[in-house]
Design a protein around this ligand. Structure first.
Ligand SMILES: *[C@@H]1O[C@H](CO)[C@@H](O)[C@H](O)[C@H]1NC(C)=O
Ligand SMILES: *[C@@H]1O[C@H](CO)[C@@H](O)[C@H](O)[C@H]1NC(C)=O
Ligand SMILES: *[C@@H]1O[C@H](CO)[C@@H](O)[C@H](O)[C@H]1NC(C)=O
Ligand SMILES: *[C@@H]1O[C@H](CO)[C@@H](O)[C@H](O)[C@H]1NC(C)=O
Ligand SMILES: *[C@@H]1O[C@H](CO)[C@@H](O)[C@H](O)[C@H]1NC(C)=O
Ligand SMILES: *[C@@H]1O[C@H](CO)[C@@H](O)[C@H](O)[C@H]1NC(C)=O
Ligand SMILES: *[C@@H]1O[C@H](CO)[C@@H](O)[C@H](O)[C@H]1NC(C)=O
Ligand SMILES: *[C@@H]1O[C@H](CO)[C@@H](O)[C@H](O)[C@H]1NC(C)=O
Ligand SMILES: *[C@@H]1O[C@H](CO)[C@@H](O)[C@H](O)[C@H]1NC(C)=O
Ligand SMILES: *[C@@H]1O[C@H](CO)[C@@H](O)[C@H](O)[C@H]1NC(C)=O
Length: 786
């Protein structure tokens, strides 16, 4: 803390609110000025509301005295110092006066009234002698405001000079930090040398106007930058997300015009005293007066941590404070010097893994303090999409980001970097930057899963094929995202699944899963994946087009249901069964679908059924170890199709797909949905027990059925009931289901199936299972089915 004593002797005598210094009446004689000056022990000004005081203070055993302004509540909180480099030896010798030239001056009476400090306002207003003519009525007023500003105004009220234009180590509410672009004048902070020496120290806090403006801390002698706030993003500095938490207390104002680039804050009416100080150590701090504790609370400090140290991870490095080793490279880059990185010196930065030819794509780095914008170009008028296009078209563009985060859709405005990205860090509440990478590097980002398996499609091609993802081309929608119909230039029809980006982690995981699994599978009854596309936040899968959409559109629609003959239904049932059998045991990679339902069975132009949506499928690479069952980490699936042992205990087995198949089969036969208010299984079982199972058959086909077809339908229903047996061991394997359906094998008589529907948090049965189910997170993709 500052050791400091203040001169308070004549506080009682001087209750003046403002000091008026009358300028020379005759010639511009300094003596006249001195005559009307105040000095010595009387040297004290108090702002109208007694918020601030101006006077002489000492920080070194009463041997050095400075003219300064401080908070009345906290006299050691000096916000401004006049004579920081030339102290007075004694408080009694100080005289504050107005020179005939219009300068506010501090004179030293002990040294022949020598000027130890001058506002130099006449120099600033040089070449204009009229202001300070010998006109007897010309007068100047020096006044200390309640905002802490010492203002010198002429008789007409025009401000000739103000302390706010000459900050020392502190800024307060309404005080600018920045640059006058026209004159080159700067409003910047410079730290004290020591806590007992207010002369200019090592550090400066200045506005950098190259690229997108931001504030920097510089270490003077070394001419090195130590900290950046990150560029202003319309709301706050990119690297100070804390600013968003000051709502109601402070408002921030950023001016970026042809004349001026500056930043200031406004404290709301009634909020406590506050200040921002650049300390001797090079740390800048926002402090707010805590009247209860009679001390200053620290709201924010910069640099706050290792990652805030300028350029700690070098070019194309990214710092992450939560990692054990804070420095990493942007995806697609590797350390330039691995040996130095191993010794924890990452300042050499990173280099591209794959040299960039023109083209490529963008990798979205999310939640960062934007890198330094020197050499970047800024266009506040462009949209983010326009920004992407421009960057892609300009071979020297290495990254882009929104210059203003306000508004939806990731913000607006455009910053384009064309060289290295320096001083990027992850930070809570940070922004997104899109870094250009070679297409091949983008592809490897999927952990090599896609590599060589999923042909990469160009985003523009997909966009054109879907008419810009036009709503008219939308053919499906769900938790996973939106499916569009599209047509390639050669006329080929495609289905484009644009995965929802609002659930990024899960979306990515399921995207990978889907791609991984489906790329390995080739079967007539599985939807074929044609390719993939990565467009920063978007993950897109391109499938063969299924012109008759999903099965649920047919079987649950009264009118369209009638167009499905029994033969068509039987073909669909057998198709699904074959597709499932292939998944379970015929493919090289045995897997469980886990979300089989009518909405996930698609139909092509010939009404061939194909299973889709492998997003939550589970792959067993070594099926022998997992033959029976295994416990999964979270429950996924759709109400009505979920096997009870899975819904309650999270037991994963092939039999859960068999259960879903049984439900689906009964739905296809009956044209009715298994749902909360209609338990299809219980209904089917009741009819079956009463020897009236054919009553379940959809009336729209029943009358057209031949005798053989009716027999086939009865078998179907029996197989369906077998598939939904409560105990998984009572259910037939898919390998057995198919011969039974094709009447090559006689199904046994089913026992009473599951008739109470699983999966309801209010279900008593489930609550009793709480101990085992509490480890699982319930995720029901579609509660009522669709
Ligand atoms: C210094 O100024 C004061 C006030 O104007 C005056 O009284 C004093 O005589 C001056 N001293 C000298 C040495 O000029
Ligand atoms: C103040 O005086 C004491 C005792 O003379 C001395 O030890 C100390 O260094 C002085 N402090 C400053 C800031 O000069
Ligand atoms: C102030 O004190 C310093 C050091 O004691 C001395 O060198 C200087 O002459 C003094 N100045 C005045 C005006 O007395
Ligand atoms: C005022 O001008 C003089 C002479 O140009 C200079 O030495 C001094 O540092 C200036 N003072 C301030 C406070 O700018
Ligand atoms: C000089 O001062 C006069 C009166 O305040 C003002 O009208 C004029 O614009 C000034 N000229 C310059 C060059 O600053
Ligand atoms: C002095 O000021 C008064 C009022 O501002 C003005 O009317 C007068 O012309 C001025 N005289 C000179 C010599 O500038
Ligand atoms: C750290 O690495 C940089 C760049 O590779 C090098 O210039 C610097 O000397 C290294 N610093 C230390 C302390 O090894
Ligand atoms: C490409 O970007 C650089 C840097 O932003 C810019 O200087 C250059 O003019 C741009 N070139 C074109 C053709 O737009
Ligand atoms: C299925 O799609 C084909 C081709 O688009 C169409 O001709 C046929 O009518 C559709 N079938 C049904 C039942 O809608
Ligand atoms: C259903 O048929 C079986 C065998 O034909 C018979 O044993 C049973 O009694 C019948 N049940 C009903 C309710 O008619």
């Amino acid at each position: 803390m500052m050791s400091q004593s203040l001169h308070r002797l004549f506080l009682a005598i001087l209750s003046v609110l403002l000091l008026t210094v009358t300028a020379a009446s005759a010639a511009a004689d300094s003596t006249l000025t001195r005559r009307s000056a105040i000095g010595g022990d009387q040297l004290r000004l108090v702002s109208p509301g007694d918020i601030f005081q101006l006077g002489l203070f000492s920080v070194a055993n009463h041997t050095k005295w400075f003219l300064g302004i401080w908070f009345t509540v906290s006299p050691e909180a000096v916000i401004w110092v006049a004579n920081r480099d030339r102290p007075l030896n004694a408080s009694s010798s100080g005289i504050l006066a107005l020179s005939g030239r219009g300068d506010l001056v501090l004179l030293d009476a002990a040294s022949n009234n020598e000027t130890v400090w001058s506002s130099n306002s006449s120099a600033a207003a040089s070449n204009n002698e009229t202001v300070w003519s010998s006109n007897s009525s010309a007068a100047a007023v020096a006044q200390l405001g309640d905002n802490g500003n010492l203002m010198l105004a002429d008789a007409a009220g025009a401000v000739l000079w103000q302390s706010f234009d000459h900050p020392t180590n502190t800024y307060v509410s309404e005080m600018r930090i920045g640059k006058d672009v026209e004159t080159g004048a700067e409003w910047s902070l410079s730290s004290w040398r020591h806590d007992h020496d207010p002369s200019a120290g090592d550090f400066r806090y200045v506005m950098d106007t190259r690229g997108s403006p931001e504030l920097h801390i510089w270490r003077k002698e070394r001419k090195s930058k130590t900290y950046r706030t990150g560029p202003w993003n319309g709301v706050r500095f990119s690297g100070i997300p804390e600013m968003a938490t000051y709502k109601g207390m402070f408002e921030f104002q950023f001016t970026d015009t042809a004349d001026e680039v500056s930043y200031m804050y406004h404290a709301s009416v009634g909020s406590p005293p506050s200040r921002v100080v650049l300390h001797e150590s090079g740390v800048i701090q926002r402090m707010v007066w805590n009247s209860a504790a009679l001390g200053w609370s620290i709201f924010w400090s910069g640099p706050r941590d290792e990652c805030d140290k300028y350029g700690v991870c070098g070019a194309f490095g990214v710092c992450n404070e939560v990692d054990a080793v804070v420095c990493g490279c942007v995806r697609g880059f590797r350390p330039r010097s691995p040996a130095e990185w191993r010794m924890r010196n990452a300042s050499g930065g990173c280099v591209r893994s794959t040299p960039l030819q023109c083209g490529g794509g963008f990798y979205g780095l999310r939640g960062v303090k934007l890198p330094e914008t020197h050499g970047s170009s800024v266009d506040a008028g462009a949209s983010l999409e326009e920004c992407r296009r421009r960057c892609l078209a300009n071979c020297s563009c290495t990254a882009y980001a929104a210059s203003d985060i306000r508004g939806g859709d990731g913000g607006s405005g455009c910053i384009q970097w064309c060289g290295e990205l320096v001083d990027t860090r992850f930070i809570d509440g940070g922004q997104d930057i899109f870094v250009r990478l070679a297409m091949s590097d983008l592809a490897t980002m999927f952990d090599g899963i896609i590599r060589g398996k999923c042909p990469m499609y160009d985003f523009e091609t997909i966009r054109a094929a879907t008419g810009g993802f036009h709503p008219e081309n939308e053919i499906g929608r769900g938790g996973f995202g939106i499916v569009y119909k599209g047509q390639m230039q050669d006329g080929q029809k495609i289905a484009v699944k644009k995965l929802s980006t609002n659930n990024r982690v899960q979306g990515m995981k399921e995207f990978k899963n889907d791609v991984d699994l489906i790329a390995r599978l080739q079967h007539r009854n599985l939807v074929r994946l044609l390719g993939c596309c990565i467009h920063y936040s978007d993950r897109i899968l391109v499938y063969e087009y299924m012109s008759n959409k999903s099965l649920d559109n047919f079987i649950f629609d009264l009118r369209r249901r009638a167009t499905l003959s029994w033969k068509t239904r039987m073909d669909i049932i057998l198709g699904v069964a074959r597709g499932l059998l292939y998944l379970h045991q015929d493919s090289r990679h045995t897997m469980i679908h886990r979300d089989l339902k009518a909405a996930n069975v698609l139909l092509n132009g010939e009404m061939v059924a194909k299973i889709s949506d492998f997003g939550i499928a589970k792959l067993f690479s070594n099926i022998d170890d997992n033959q029976d069952s295994t416990v999964t980490e979270r429950i996924v699936g759709t109400f009505g199709y979920m096997a009870p042992e899975y819904a309650m205990d999270g037991m994963v087995s092939f039999m859960q797909d068999v259960y879903s198949f049984g439900v689906l089969l009964l739905e296809i036969v009956s044209g009715r949905r298994n749902q909360r208010n209609f338990n299809l299984i219980a209904h089917a079982w009741k009819l079956f027990e009463e020897n009236k199972s054919l009553k379940l058959l959809d009336p729209t086909v029943r009358d057209d059925c031949s005798h053989e077809e009716l027999e086939q339908a009865a078998t179907c229903i029996q197989v369906g009931l077998l598939c939904v047996q409560e105990s998984p061991s009572q259910r037939p394997q898919m390998a057995v289901v198919i011969p039974m359906l094709s009447q090559q094998q006689v199904p046994r008589r089913p026992l009473r199936p599951v008739v109470c529907m699983p999966v309801s948090t209010r279900d008593d049965h489930l609550n009793r299972q709480e101990d085992t189910s509490s480890n699982f997170q319930m995720i029901i993709t579609d509660l009522e089915g669709r």
